[in-house]
Design a protein around this ligand. Structure first.
Ligand code: PBG
Length: 311
């Protein structure tokens, strides 16, 4: 395991200050420009040269269809340009999903009866991915779990001339309780329904059932056929068997997302002095590597790289 295996997820907001996230001690919503640039510069200085961007969108910019997702001057698009301008060789990954922009708090468009509209959502995801590519993203990462989106995004990118932009598919993303702190960070949890509108309180109609092992393989075959360049399993540690399943059944690079809840558990125990943080974190990341992931998305990326270097 080395820092080159790690990808740092960063939360950004359109303000000056870095704002701490209560359920993720040590992780901030970074202020646009300085907070973001400083955090990426620090990661790079320790050998972590890949980041994935997650924006906190002001409530007034959220809509049922999430048009802000493909605003050429949106926070993510501006951040990509800023980062590529300052660090041309940085690998910039982006998230493709509507939840940071959707007033209902879902990754897809919610119809009044509570159904998530798959194909209509995919159209919007394609526009989002193209706008991120146009801003300079190296790799777009659909985390939405709509059916058929990898192929549709590949065709949309190619049509616009972005044949060199890769796709890291969230292939096996489970409907997990471990995303809680992330939804706090972005204020992106599903909203309460109203009398005339049903909003599903969870994402179980499009994310995978934690009890289902074989479905991961079906999703992997589809994503490969549709043109994914990297396949991801998420969360990480509770799903080591799924990482191994994909590793043994594909020649593509496999990524694991050590998610916000996994980070929060380690932090909480470490803060109480119940675990040795360094040893427990490095063991967790090593286990994700051993299970077969080439890439690990982790909020510990910079810290882990320092520990690996003996700091
Ligand atoms: C949503 C998205 C989520 C995460 C990454 N992209 C949350 C969700 O599906 O509700 C979670 C990451 C984490 O918990 O660290 N598109």
């Amino acid at each position: 395991m080395s820092p080159a295996n790690l990808i740092l997820p960063v939360f950004i907001h359109d303000g000056e200050q870095n704002i701490p996230i209560a359920s993720m001690p040590g992780v901030d919503r970074l202020g646009w420009r300085h907070g973001l640039l400083d955090s990426v510069a620090e990661a790079r200085s320790h050998g972590v040269n890949s980041v994935v961007l997650f924006p906190k969108t002001p409530e007034e910019l959220k809509t049922p269809t999430g048009e802000e997702a493909f605003n050429a001057d949106g926070l993510v698009q501006r951040s990509i340009r800023l980062l590529k301008d300052r660090f041309p060789d940085l690998e910039v990954y982006t998230d493709v999903a509507l939840d940071p922009y959707n007033s209902d708090g879902h990754d897809g468009i919610v119809r009044d009866d509570g159904v998530i509209l798959n194909d209509e959502t995919v159209e919007f995801l394609c526009r989002q991915a193209v706008s991120q590519a146009r801003a300079g993203a190296d790799c777009v990462s659909p985390s939405d779990m709509m059916d058929g989106r990898v192929g549709a995004i590949r065709r949309a990118l190619d049509r616009e001339g972005f044949t060199g932009v890769s796709i890291m598919a969230y292939t096996a993303k489970y409907a997990s309780a471990y995303y809680g702190p992330f939804r706090d960070a972005l204020a992106s949890a599903p909203k309460a329904g109203q009398e005339h509108r049903i909003i599903p309180p969870n994402k179980k109609t499009y994310q995978q059932d934690p009890a289902n092992y074989r479905e991961a393989l079906r999703e992997a075959r589809l994503d490969e056929a549709e043109g994914a360049d990297i396949m991801m399993v998420k969360p990480g540690l509770p799903y080591l068997d799924i990482i191994r399943l994909l590793r043994d059944n594909s020649t593509l690079p496999i990524a694991a997302y050590h998610v916000s809840g996994e980070y929060a558990m380690l932090k909480a125990a470490a803060e109480r002095g119940w675990l040795n943080e360094r040893d427990a974190v490095l063991e967790a990341l090593l286990s994700l590597r051993r299970a077969g992931s080439d890439l690990i998305l982790t909020y510990y990326a910079t810290q882990a790289a320092k520990w690996m270097a003996g700091e």
